[in-house]
Design a protein around this ligand. Structure first.
Ligand SMILES: [Fe+2]
Length: 386
């Protein structure tokens, strides 16, 4: 039975140099004063000042909120929203990685809706005015990974219940300019690109994959296979940066319907427990997840491996396909300097202790093969030994 592809409601302007249009685009939305949401790292990299220049040139005032934290906590989102209300802004510009974009999305909701932000977790119907008529937000990713510009919500941390929550918020425009990723440190390039790789691979191997998500996901996987090593070898390779950036946006689109499966289901809780960057926490089990899924969906796992550059014999069985897919992703990880799980977590025992929390949090609804606690433990132990 075909599943639903949720076409994104987020318009996206993509290409080298498009961030220069930020001020003009805000003018088209009728903005006169905007809240600019970012973290201190993006400011230090000089990107915020560059964008502020484009905004001021269009005659638009700005007020900056620079307290964005990783895995954006609810109280920081509320602080950003309160600043926007106090300053009577009529729009938001979020600049940075996924945390800045998600904080900006939550702040947009709070411009016209009273706090706390927890009132709106996954609740479109409570928003005033309705979602499409709220004050506009432009999101400008400076990493190539989360795909937040393509997804209609912000993922924030519910600090009361220590879990991730989704705040509904389509963006009015995503300005995706690969030039902004040129100065990204290698560790951030790896973390975010691996997140993008997970998004498209998980979409393609999801139980709910469909013909539309398949086309988008396969192109994203192929772009990462062709460009990620080049970006790591030479961070100033703009053509390769553009390829990975396009992959990240496509990967964000591809999960609109199939949603994520094993690596993200495990990684979201793993990241919370061991304080790991999102892309690392999710990507760390991707090779094992592909091997685990191979008996259920061998043709799809074969395609993933081939798109990442593997040669697979015509008559290969599911076991061989799973092994090749595993090795292909592990080799990619070795080449790009992906951290090892054994360097991030003290012992296998600590990982085993996390399994009940993972099972409580993750339904594994979208996995093409059922997953129980023993399976999660086996996947984690294998990843630890890699
Ligand atoms: Fe992700």
């Amino acid at each position: 039975m075909p599943s639903v592809f949720l076409a994104s409601r987020n318009p996206i302007l993509f290409g080298c140099g498009v961030s220069k249009q930020t001020g003009e685009k805000l003018k088209e939305f009728g903005c006169k004063k905007v809240l600019v949401v970012h973290d201190k790292g993006v400011k230090e990299a000089g990107i915020v000042d560059k964008i502020l220049g484009y905004i001021h040139k269009a005659g638009i005032e700005t007020v900056c909120f620079d307290k964005v934290l990783p895995d954006p906590p609810d109280y920081i989102c509320e602080e950003a929203g309160a600043l926007g209300v106090a300053e009577k802004v009529d729009g938001v510009v979020a600049i940075g990685g996924g945390s800045s974009l998600d904080t900006g999305k939550a702040a947009k909701v709070l411009l016209t809706n009273p706090p706390p932000i927890s009132r709106y977790y996954l609740k479109h119907e409570d928003l005033v005015p309705d979602e499409s008529n709220m004050k506009p937000i432009i999101v400008i990713p400076t990493t190539a990974g989360t795909g937040s510009e393509a997804t209609p919500g912000g993922v924030i941390t519910d600090t009361k219940n220590n879990c991730k929550q989704n705040v509904p918020c389509a963006t009015n425009l995503g300005i995706v300019d690969p030039e902004l990723t040129l100065g990204l440190p290698q560790s951030v390039t790896v973390t975010t690109a691996v997140d993008a790789l997970c998004h498209c691979v998980e979409a393609y191997t999801s139980k709910e994959a469909n013909q539309i998500s398949d086309v988008i996901a396969k192109e994203a996987i192929s772009l990462i296979g062709r460009n990620l090593r080049k970006v790591i070898k030479d961070g100033s390779d703009l053509k390769a940066r553009e390829g990975v950036q396009l992959a990240a946006t496509l990967a964000g689109l591809s999960i609109m319907g199939p949603f994520c499966n094993i690596p993200h289901e495990i990684g979201l809780m793993l990241g919370m427990i061991f304080h790991l960057p999102h892309g690392i926490a999710c990507g760390i089990t991707l090779p094992e997840a592909l091997q685990y899924l191979a008996p259920a969906i061998p043709d799809r796992i074969k395609t993933v491996a081939q798109l990442l550059g593997a040669d697979i014999p015509e008559n290969a069985g599911s076991e061989e396909i799973g092994q090749i897919a595993y090795t292909t992703v592990r080799n990619l990880y070795d080449d790009i300097g992906m951290p090892k799980l054994k360097d991030l977590v003290k012992s296998k025992e600590e990982l085993a202790a996390a399994v009940p929390q993972i099972m409580d949090y993750s339904p594994f609804h979208f996995s093409a093969r059922p997953v129980n606690a023993e399976d999660v433990l086996a996947i984690l132990e294998k990843a630890y030994e890699a």
